[in-house]
Design a binder for this molecule. Sequence first.
Ligand code: HEM
Length: 489
Amino acid sequence: MWTVALLCCACAAYWLWSRKTRNTTEPPVLPGAWPIVGHALRFIGDSCHLWNKVNDMGNEIHDLGGVATFRLGPRSLYFLTDPDDSSTILNTCLEKDDIYEFGKPYLGEGLFTAKLSIWKNHRKLLNPAFNQSVLDTFMGVFNSQSRKLVRELEKEAGKGPFDHWAYIRLNALETLGLTSLGVDFTDLNLSTQYLEAVEIMLSTMIERFAKFWWHSPYTFAFSNLKRRQDASIKILHNTANTVLQKRKSELTGNVCSERSVIPGTKFKAFLDLVLELSAEKGAFNDREIREQVDTMIIGGHDTSANVLLFTMILLGSYPEAQDKAFAEIQEVLGDGDRDVEKTDLSKLVYLEAVLKESMRMFTIGPVMARKLDKDVKLKNYTLSAGMSCFFSLSAINKHPMWGPDVHEFKPERWLEPGRLPDKPFAFAAFSTGRRMCIGKSYALMSMKTTIAHVIRNYRITADHTKLKLKMDVMLKPVDGYYISIEKRT
Ligand code: HEM
């Protein structure tokens, strides 16, 4: 009896307090908050449940005008789905939210997780590594990796549905291994162990996010989750350290920094550029080099692989789009089997539209966050300094501004001027502002090359309506990625 009365008093006090402290320039609180736990109960469940809730929340916030507050235990956070307001914040506040601390045991102060004071200098130093002239030298690797994928897929041709995840992800990891580290992961037999460790690391991060009582490093330290995470981090760090030490000793022995890991290709790996910056400018110590390389590998391979996987499922589900892509590839590359050249890429306009539409439909990095280091005035509200701000990139990519066919796969919308929304931040897959994806051009170049090789060799069939999704930091299908392929004659 006393317990019930006390609980009622606590609820009434909380309600009065939240009304009193509500500032009218603050965005509205999402309905359904409970005292003490706020909206946290919504997120408890597996990664599939988490995705459904994040998706629902995106729709609710669209209806509330695109900006709202939600409560995770004692913390209040903003959540945005409005493209203009999101862009305003992403262009003014560059500090990552505390939630990125979950990734620091693995990625340290690498670009993705770095605090602003470190990030500013490092991003300036690393931007040249993603110049077009550097990326062009990777075309040999992109082609040879795509050909390898085509050869490996051959055993599945004509045999009905199979999960192409293992093929594509391993291939993307090897591509990143070659261009980031200059190392052939297949030679070192590292890939499978590395991929498993990455998978565990990502799933422990998302499990920690969903359970707010593990947000504090003090409670997390006693959890089994932390022990699982530590074991995978050990594998990941050992791999990067082994490669780093090997390469450093090669460079001291004056081994040329231009690699030819794959016969006929010459390029300078990201690791070598960072090692040079360290030697010339003392820019990075060994730990920082490892953190940057780890960041490029995780930021580059899982993302591109997931986009490729969804794209192949969509092409398999929309035969007309696949036929158009195939016709364009034949027109640009001819009937033979020549490599995709850098000059071909800009001519593959329909293929680029397919990739963008796929990223719009399945935004593989659906949510990201910033910490507000100043008050920010938006169209209708003023957000307060010190607060955390989450953005649903996936909801922006499905905003009603895309038109009544927003939920349909229509690559053609990218080719008709006037059919795209008239907003600079309508397409949100790579984020915006100075902290947007550094690897955008790399990703588009490598993905276009891969799809061109696959499509000119195989006809794909699939059914995207069967996809059930989950959020493991990235958006992924729950039950694998099934396609069937037939060899083209
Ligand atoms: C289709 C593939 C890709 C997608 C959709 C994608 C998406 C994104 C997004 C949304 C962000 C911002 C995240 C945030 O602020 O929390 C980001 C940042 C980043 N991405 Fe990508 N990415 C892709 C490929 C790549 C590749 C290939 C690389 C490297 C080779 C890469 C490296 C990075 C890095 C280092 C950051 C952090 C940038 C910074 O804070 O300065 N990404 N990416």
